[in-house]
Design a protein around this ligand. Structure first.
Ligand SMILES: *[C@@H]1O[C@H](CO)[C@@H](O)[C@H](O)[C@H]1NC(C)=O
Ligand SMILES: *[C@@H]1O[C@H](CO)[C@@H](O)[C@H](O)[C@H]1NC(C)=O
Ligand SMILES: [Ca+2]
Ligand SMILES: [Ca+2]
Length: 322
């Protein structure tokens, strides 16, 4: 980024002998470089969240905006300026690059170093300030923006977007979209970063159904309670109630999971319907370690048994704050 600006300045320098003059960037009200005009226009609405951009500058267009953190780290992310009044900042995506790879490379929201009781938090991604990926690539790989820890928000919105879909088509192609309006995030520190500090995604520190983190009812934007159910395996649909989002749960073997999307678990086999885990999932016969845990339990894809649907397994989970 900085390099781009330096190159840009160098490009604009007009060297005549020893005299260096800088060309104007605007001539007769028009930018001599139209790309620069676009950057300039976007930088005028620099804020710490899409909600702020919406409130302060009245932005109504979905797309990529510049944001800054409290410490002045500048980054770009996607703003949903339309759903339920808009002002939603994309802060993360959880993407499964290899459902057969169990806590292998790419399982950034669980562990990239295998299932290991000595690393009960795995990569620790849910509660640290590491960032990776890009907004534009959020359906092709994991994404975590500085907004994940920097923004103070009240609600979340979640989109399940098929892998590889381009940004322009995210809204139309989503298989499930919902948001909360309970302001539940306010009482958990205002971000998932703070929520997961309070409710660590760590193997062995809690029991199934006893030590559950926050849960909130959701409002559907694409899909409904019934379509949510059908995205998960037929034989586990009696283990949850749809129409909710739930954070930090444990299965019967004390393995921790971060998010149960669209549902509230009742049963203890949470590895079939909750994503993003700590660093250890006990049990050799059922290796559930990975970003999408045990979504492939009864072989990958078919709409049978405990396996989540192919649609669900092949869609990235995009997380927004407002
Ligand atoms: C969006 O979807 C439409 C309809 O399926 C398709 O024609 C178009 O190429 C897609 N746009 C992008 C940017 O992928
Ligand atoms: C999304 O769907 C709406 C309604 O069907 C349509 O008008 C719009 O063009 C679509 N957008 C894209 C990017 O394909
Ligand atoms: Ca994996
Ligand atoms: Ca991943």
């Amino acid at each position: 980024m900085l390099l781009c600006f330096i190159l840009l300045i160098v490009e604009l320098l007009h060297v005549t002998g020893n005299v260096v003059t800088v060309k104007p960037i605007v001539v007769n009200g028009t930018y001599i470089n139209s790309e620069l005009g676009k950057y300039h226009a976007r930088l005028r609405v620099l804020s710490r969240s899409c909600h702020d951009i919406k409130e302060r500058y009245g932005a109504t267009t979905d797309g990529i905006y510049y944001l800054t953190t409290a410490n002045g780290v500048m980054y770009q992310t996607f703003c949903d300026m339309t759903t339920a009044g808009g002002g939603w900042t994309l802060v993360a995506s959880v993407h499964e690059n290899n459902i057969h790879g169990k806590c292998t490379l790419g399982d950034r929201w669980s562990s990239q170093q295998g299932s290991d009781p000595k690393r009960p938090d795995g990569e620790g991604t849910w509660a640290n300030m590491d960032t990776f990926g890009t907004a534009e690539g959020a359906t092709s790989d994991d994404y975590k923006s500085p907004g994940y820890y920097d923004i103070s928000a009240e609600d979340v919105s979640v989109w399940h977007v098929p892998n590889g879909v381009q940004l322009q088509n995210w809204t139309n192609d989503s298989i499930l979209r919902y948001h909360t309006d309970s302001k539940f995030l306010s009482s958990s520190g205002g971000s998932l970063y703070h929520l997961f500090k309070k409710y660590p995604v760590r193997f062995g520190i809690g029991e199934c159904n006893k030590d559950v983190g926050p849960t909130s009812p959701v409002v559907y934007d694409t899909g409904d309670k019934h379509s949510t159910e059908t995205l998960y395996g037929p034989s586990v649909r009696d283990q949850f109630e749809s129409g909710f989002i739930t954070f930090r749960v444990f299965n019967e073997k004390k393995a921790a999971m971060a998010i149960c999307s669209g549902i509230k678990p009742i049963g203890c086999h949470t590895e079939h319907y909750c994503i993003g885990g700590g660093g250890h999932f006990p049990g050799k016969a059922t290796p559930h370690c990975g970003d999408f845990t045990g979504f492939d339990s009864d072989s990958y894809g078919p709409d049978t048994g405990k396996s989540a649907s192919k649609e669900m397994t092949e869609a990235a989970v995009l997380i927004f704050y407002r």
